[in-house]
Ligand binder design. Sequence first.
Ligand code: TMP
Length: 230
Amino acid sequence: SNPTSSRRAPFIVIEGLDRSGKTTQTSKLAQRLEGSGVDTKLVKFPDRTTPIGKMIDSYLRSASDLDDHAVHLLFSANRWELAPTIERLLTAGTTVICDRYAFSGIAFSASKVDAEGAPLLPFEWCRSPDVGLPAPDLVLFFDITPEKAKERGGYGEERYEKEEMQLRVRKAFHRIAEEMGEDEKVGRGATRWVTVDAGRGMDEVERDVWTLVEPLVRGGVTGPVAKLWT
Ligand code: TMP
């Protein structure tokens, strides 16, 4: 009856390739919001602190091996275990800024190939366990060319941080980006997807991010948190 009572805080996800400056920008954004008096929670996936997250961490550091299907489902389970917390925070008026989400889940797993270069996990199979998760209101996809990423000092030591893998991941992200912009059925739903050119200077990127995020945070969002891909 009171329309303002259903207003809630926005759920904002930052996605992107390795070396895109995603993590730096995510924490800058969270700090700036807090500095502006906005109640903010920074979330990161994988959340390596939970029991599931510890299994993922061990896998990423190659301290353990897991079947590709199994580790994909662990990444998804890691999001599901935090989903109720995210919903609660949004409803309580806390803006949630999230470093990686289900889009990374699909992009990385769908980019794994066998010795012949054939995909190990079909794209739609990769999407299914994340269907129904809290849907972000805004996704900022940090895109960067492999050349620029290289200039920034190359990739780290973890699994997936190899050039060929990163090229496939970028393609997968572009497929998701297209879907999120164009295909209403499996794509966007309540989510707005914006691709950010992350190959530019840090200040320029920061300015763009703020321009996209600030009005959403100031205005809030009406209605309940939507469910991803439903
Ligand atoms: P991080 O470097 O942001 O901590 O992410 C660790 C790696 O895990 C990174 O290469 C991306 C990958 N990843 C997946 O494969 N699936 C997922 O669902 C997520 C969130 C990350």
